[in-house]
Write a protein that binds this ligand. Sequence first.
Ligand code: BTN
Length: 319
Amino acid sequence: MIEQWSRKREILASLSNQQFVSGEELAKQAGVSRTAIGNHISSLEEYGVEIYSVKGKGYKLANPVSLINEEKLRSASSSRCFYFDELPSTNGFLLKHVEELSSGDICIAEYQSSGRGRRGRNWVSPYGCHLYCSMYWRLEQGMAQASGLSLVVACALVKALTSLGIDGLGVKWPNDIYLNGKKLAGVLIEMSGQADSECHLVIGVGINISMSQEQGDKIDQAWSDLSQSLVCPDKTDLAIALQKQLKSDLEQFQTEGLTPFLSRWAAVDIFMGKQVKLLMGDNEVRGICRGIDTTGAILLDTDEGVVPFVGGEISLRPS
Ligand code: BTN
């Protein structure tokens, strides 16, 4: 299996300058037959990599594919980094191993066969196109301590991306990251353990880097990716910045709570001061968004005054 992936990685490296490369050339470089190249190309396509194949010209990547530099990632990190070509889900991997992990350990995969999104949705995870990363974090005082944590994760993501030169970022309560008004990244926090004693958190982050039209068509909401930004950071630099920022913000959150994050959130809240509706099951509340409070609840200015809400799905109210 590992050998198969190293061959595919070689092929992707040969195609990385976004030019057509003939099957014959790829076979020569890899020291395998043209049939073997054809099989690897088909398999990469099954993993979600879009590759143009033109008779007489060869193969070309439809979109750039960037892979993690494992050595660079490991040497930049003081925590453990588990890195895979493929996994069902990076959140699932860490959840299986919580007893052996320390806060700050991360898992990254280039492909997820069952990437998980919020509300039971699937997270489209084609090979090498985006960042799929999860971090383990232990809460000594139980789940109650987790309230508001998802907003901290969103603030950390914005800071890490901004430090790499990305402009036009925003957050949507409780933890979606937007780029120029479209969803760039999502966060899924999963927990295991007791409500009132030590509990294990797995914080999963998916950041779109280079989405092909075919993969993008599978997503049921407006999306953006980093390739649309003026600067598109290197994926390994992004993973390193994210791990550092997340660790430092989670440490601060554990000692100081959500207060230091309120102004960071307010500065990038895309719904602040706008008319919104909040869907909670069959209930719908309408009001003007007034930001968040120290528990992480969203504040809505309604007919009954400013009211905090802890759950639900927020959207802009059509005017
Ligand atoms: C959302 O629906 O907005 C949350 C998406 C979270 C996706 C990430 S990708 C890495 C980690 N592993 C998963 O299976 N899901 C999260």
